[in-house]
Design a protein around this ligand. Structure first.
Ligand code: C5P
Length: 284
């Protein structure tokens, strides 16, 4: 029995732009992504019995073949050319489910990394990311992690200079959103404050956190806030509590505030915890 554990880090969108709809039904994206310390723990074990089992301590996560982690294992062994009879994937969840933090994709990426280690590292990170692209648009980024630009469907990844150290207060309102439904709403909407991605990249190159914060925008936010004004309310509250900037991540529903000082971020966590599920995280 051989076992490998991997941390599956959640992601935030420091910027998120949708450039247009494609013929294949997907949208062309341009997003600055950042992994954060809030993470799931994924354990992959090559066993001698029980077939394939995928278990998770969160009731909303599918346990079998519908789980992205399972699909990632299928994709790995298809590329590798040899599929084991027995495999155990265990996921301990911390990343909020349906939060726009790519929790499922992070787990899938962790499975790819773990299987790569278990098989003597046959693939580079770029090759693993390529294997992951069929599993989900965010999986290639989750394989690579750090600060990066994601383009195309989300699967074309370019490394960016690392985000200067800061603290994130992550707030999860109760509701969750269907990603395809929100893309459709965006297509039909005239709203859309687009981020200035080039300005954000220039700020990263200068290690200028304030400058970067000024460029943080998510094109989904005005569309989602129409139905869920709580998104903008939480952003305003985070700024009142000392955040440099607050923004929606992905298609939501998690909202994050960027803080430069830990004690101020901790006070914000205490304040917002009265009303919401809240986490403190750092960039990784
Ligand atoms: O690739 P993934 O399975 O994560 O995408 C989920 C859904 O999100 C797609 O079926 C599509 O409706 C939408 N999507 C999109 N454009 C992207 C990524 C996702 O329209 N670039």
């Amino acid at each position: 029995m051989k076992s490998v554990q991997e941390r599956a880090y959640g992601k935030l969108n420091l910027t998120l732009d949708v450039l247009g709809k494609r013929d294949d039904g997907y949208h062309d994206m341009c997003m600055i992504m950042q992994t954060v310390s809030l993470s799931d723990l994924v354990t992959v074990t090559l066993t001698e019995e029980d077939g394939w089992v995928c278990s998770c301590d969160h009731e909303a996560i599918p346990q079998g073949g519908k789980n992205l982690a399972w699909k990632a294992a299928e994709a790995f062994f298809e590329a590798y050319g040899k599929r084991p009879e027995h495999l155990l994937i265990d996921i301990q969840k911390q990343i909020p489910v349906q939060g726009g933090m790519a929790g499922g994709s992070a787990d899938a990426a962790a499975v790819l990394r773990a299987l790569n280690v278990l098989h003597g590292t046959p693939y580079t990170a770029e090759e693993l990311a390529d294997i992951g692209s069929a599993v989900g648009s965010d999986v290639p980024y989750c394989v690579i992690g750090g600060t990066a630009l994601a383009e195309g469907r989300g699967e074309i990844i370019s490394k960016l200079p690392p985000l200067p150290d800061c603290y994130f207060v992550l707030v999860k309102p109760e509701f969750s959103v269907s990603t395809p439904a929100l893309f459709k709403k965006l297509d039909e909407s005239a709203d859309g404050a687009h981020p200035d991605t080039q300005c954000a990249i220039a700020a990263l190159q200068k290690k200028n956190l304030h400058g970067l914060c000024r460029c943080m925008t998510n094109v989904f936010q005005p569309v989602l806030s129409k139905d869920f004004p709580v998104i903008d309310e939480i952003c305003a509250r985070l700024v009142d509590l000392g955040a440099e900037r607050a923004c929606l991540t992905g298609t939501g529903s998690v909202v994050f505030g960027v803080f430069t000082q830990r004690d101020i971020a901790e006070d914000a966590v205490l304040n917002l915890s009265k009303d919401y599920t809240v986490f403190l995280a750092e960039n990784v």
